[in-house]
Design a protein around this ligand. Structure first.
Ligand code: AMP
Length: 416
């Protein structure tokens, strides 16, 4: 038997209802903030991620699905959505009309060790805003994700925020961190040893060494921000207060991707064992780094699989609206043509309709209609075909009424 790959899973049944709901609500929330949908390919040139996301991030260094195509070109399955959208902004010159407020959803691929909350095929939903450095936008982006998660019903959503400053600030801070860690780096894990000179900020969010005292006493980036960066961060916090967003400032939050500048943030749920359910920040240099103009940008990505894991762990009920309106049964095969046409007409009037195709006994046919929780059943026999008078049964009360087919839509319009 051929089986699915490690770290991937199939979506069907109850899980597909959850996926559908989570996606549709995200779309609705994004639209309420005036974001438009963007979709980019799952497969891109490898170079995009090496230049865009950065060679020192784990997801590019160790976790990308890279392969040579038949023309010997290096391709990569996208590990995240931001770089592809940045490429699309440049290639389609979307930067000529700013701001661009975009939302996306899709599968990403990371060759990680599969475990709780960690998949190799993961789904992310996110937003990207290009063309504004107004802190109002930072607050809007953070609040969009927060309000969405609250609307889903997740409990105690908290946002951790930090500012990692611009390039100059980070270079100074980088030096301070190297000085702080260099004499004791032997106490840290191999990854941290490697990070010391390449990307010492990443030592701060090391999952292995996070209890280490030296790490806890590391200098704070917030003491290195210049006046403008500080003022900007203060404004964002003030706007978040106005919007009633539950946030905490965490000066150890640096995020895994190289492209961030200034504000960074992460969403956390009550279920800590699942890990962060989303994160984002500003990346004002990204477009320029991959060959486009310098344009401010900010965004986040939510981990859809993890959100669903939290929904399951917290037993959150998802509104189910997948019931059928009408299930049509035929008594003999000869009524199938009539039923087929009726089903099409009802569907065209906007009803959710299914048609019995089991060809089994009447008892089985009724059982089948129960499976779909249909509101009404219409039973068609030769009498109905001849007279065009249909028996419609309310599946809840089991009451039946006889209705002329010409009045059926009126009847349904008033009853459903
Ligand atoms: P990132 O793109 O790394 O900033 O991640 C954004 C969000 O995607 C995280 O907060 C997680 O919720 C989710 N995520 C990242 N990696 C995985 C993974 N391997 N499996 C499931 N969700 C993930």
């Amino acid at each position: 038997m051929i089986q699915k790959l490690k770290g991937t899973y199939d979506v069907f049944g109850d899980l597909s209802i959850k996926h559908d709901y989570v996606k549709k609500l995200f779309q609705a929330v994004c639209e309420s903030y005036n974001y438009s949908y963007i979709e980019t390919p799952i497969i891109e040139r490898s170079e995009l991620f090496h230049r865009g996301v950065g060679d020192t991030t784990d997801i590019v260094k160790k976790e990308t699905y890279d392969f040579l195509d038949r023309g010997n070109r290096n391709n990569t399955l996208r590990p995240e959505g931001t770089a592809g959208i940045a490429r699309a902004i440049i290639e389609n010159k979307l930067y000529t009309i700013l701001p661009q407020k975009l939302w996306y959803i899709g599968s990403m691929y990371r060759y990680e060790r599969p475990q709780k909350g960690r998949y190799r095929e993961l789904r992310q939903m996110g937003v990207e805003v290009y063309g504004s450095n107004n802190p109002i936008i930072d607050a809007e982006v953070i609040s969009l994700g927060y309000n969405y998660l609250k609307e889903l019903g997740l409990k105690n959503i908290c946002v951790r925020i930090n500012s990692i400053g611009g390039l100059e600030t980070r270079n100074k801070y980088r030096e301070a961190l190297i000085n702080h860690f260099k004499n004791n780096i032997d106490e840290f894990c191999d990854d941290c040893k490697e990070r010391l000179n390449k990307n010492p900020l990443r030592i701060l969010d090391c999952k292995i060494d996070n209890k280490n005292k030296i790490l806890k006493n590391a200098p704070s980036i917030l003491d290195y921000l210049n006046e403008e960066e500080k003022g900007n961060f203060d404004k964002i916090k003030k706007y978040l207060d106005i919007l009633n967003i539950d946030y905490i400032v965490d000066d150890k939050l640096v995020r895994g991707l190289d492209y961030y500048t200034n504000i960074v943030f992460e969403y956390e749920s009550n279920v800590k064992s699942i890990g962060a359910i989303g994160g984002g920040g500003r990346y004002d240099n990204l477009l320029n780094e991959i060959g486009g103009p310098s344009i401010n940008a900010i965004g986040f990505a939510l981990g859809m699989d993890r959100i669903i894991d939290v929904i399951n762990e917290e037993n959150i009920t998802i509104p189910k609206d997948n019931n059928l309106d009408i299930y049509i049964l035929t008594i003999n095969e000869s009524e199938n043509e009539y039923a087929l046409e009726l089903a099409q007409n009802l569907r065209m009037c906007g009803y959710k309709v299914d048609l019995d195709i089991t060809g089994k006994t009447m008892k089985n046919k009724f059982k089948e209609s129960d499976r779909y929780n249909s509101k009404y059943i219409i039973i068609i026999g030769d009498e109905e075909v001849k007279t065009n008078m249909l028996v419609i049964r309310d599946n809840l009360t089991k009451e039946e009424e006889k209705i002329d087919v010409d009045n059926l839509i009126d009847y349904l319009d008033t009853h459903i």
